[in-house]
Ligand binder design. Structure first.
Ligand code: ATP
Ligand code: LTN
Length: 337
């Protein structure tokens, strides 16, 4: 039975994160925590999406540092190179190549409707480049190259994933079955962690106000300060409800690190005020992040080990993805060498 079970092909999971700044608690709860939990049950393929990151201007020195730090931080969060493939997107040339092909099967109108494009082009009005616009077809290439069954992402990426599915279906419709049509895998709790300063907006690592996010590498005293300053309401009773976005968000965070349900949290804080609750959330987050920060310090100091890991990741990723790229190119009619 055991043997039979191990012969059943595991489903493929693909996901990626951009090394565009400090990785936040939102990234961790919405995406990374899930990544690590899935590694035993599935064939997981994870990438650091550095090609995506240059859709916004990057300072070369900081960019390089961010890429290595993000790679080390993901290892520290529990991405395991013995179980999963973990690589840097720009090291695997098939991504940019398939993205070009898929660009030609993606409509201008579709890309114009992407809310992330609309948001980011407003935010970076002086640099609304073609890469920012075409970003979702590169993301589709990332996923489709590995014939991924499922893609774990935060709720904010749902629209991009829907587009990847449409592109895959369109291509398959023209040329016959080429790409697996991927399903989103969005966690129930913590799908969207909101800004601590404006709980109607998502927590974002590129937010100018550092008090709006908790970085995974923030020191304990900084985390405590940020939670104490978190915007709430004047009600002062800890419960989940309409118009209580700040508290709802803190409850979501507390719930995802402790595993408690909203009801259990409400009970725990019955008769207590927001002050006590904020301290409890901060303490739970500090404890969750402590071992990650310790592992990070170890990995970032060992550049040779990091290289060994990402070299191995790139080699394996190329092997898988080249097969799909060749298949797609052949279907379009390219002469394959
Ligand atoms: P940026 O601020 O540069 O847009 P980001 O913080 O939104 O970056 P991404 O690199 O775009 O981060 O996202 C990485 C992963 O983290 C994605 O799966 C995304 O869905 C998830 N994620 C990002 N922000 C949140 C959030 N606030 N809550 C839950 N998940 C999130
Ligand atoms: N666009 C994503 C990062 C990303 C991604 C992907 C996620 C790039 N390629 C493929 C899932 C699958 C983001 O900004 N969060």
């Amino acid at each position: 039975m055991e043997e039979q079970k191990s012969q059943v092909k595991k489903k493929v999971i693909f996901s990626a994160i951009q090394p565009s700044g400090t990785i936040t608690l939102g990234n961790y709860i919405g995406a990374l925590k899930n990544w690590t939990n899935l590694q035993d049950e599935f064939n997981c393929i994870y990438a650091l999406a550095d090609l995506h990151a240059i859709t916004v201007r990057q300072n070369p020195k900081d960019f390089k540092k961010n890429i290595l730090e993000a790679y080390a931080l993901l290892l520290a969060c529990g991405v395991d190179v013995e179980k999963s493939i973990f690589f840097i997107q720009s090291h695997v040339h098939t991504h940019a190549e398939l993205a070009w092909v898929l660009n030609c099967y993606t409509q201008f109108g579709e890309l114009s409707r992407m809310t992330q494009f609309k948001d980011k082009s407003q935010k970076h009005a002086d640099n609304v480049n073609v890469g920012l616009f075409a970003y979702p077809s590169l993301m589709a290439a990332d996923i489709l190259l590995y014939q991924a069954d499922m893609v774990p992402v935060g709720a904010d990426q749902k629209q991009h994933l829907e587009l990847s599915r449409n592109i895959a279906e369109r291509f398959n419709g023209i040329y016959g079955n080429t790409f697996k049509v991927p399903d989103p895998y969005i966690p129930k709790t913590g799908a969207k962690i909101m800004s601590l300063q404006d709980p109607t907006r998502k927590m974002s690592k590129s937010d100018e106000n550092v008090n709006s996010f908790v970085a995974v590498l923030d020191k304990p005293d900084v985390i405590m300060k940020k939670f104490k300053r978190a915007v709430t309401d004047s009600d002062a009773r800890v419960f989940y409800g309409d118009g209580k976005e700040g508290i709802n968000n803190l409850m979501g965070i507390y719930s995802s690190v402790t595993g408690l349900t909203n009801q259990q949290i409400e009970k725990e804080f019955e008769g207590k005020g927001y002050g006590d609750f904020k301290v409890a959330v901060a303490e739970a987050v500090i404890e969750e992040l402590r071992p990650i920060q310790e592992r990070f310090d170890k990995y970032i100091a060992d550049k040779a080990y990091l290289k060994e890991c990402y070299d191995k990741g790139a080699e394996l990723a190329l092997r898988f993805s080249q097969r799909t790229l060749d298949k797609a190119m052949k279907k379009v009619g390219f002469v394959i060498k």
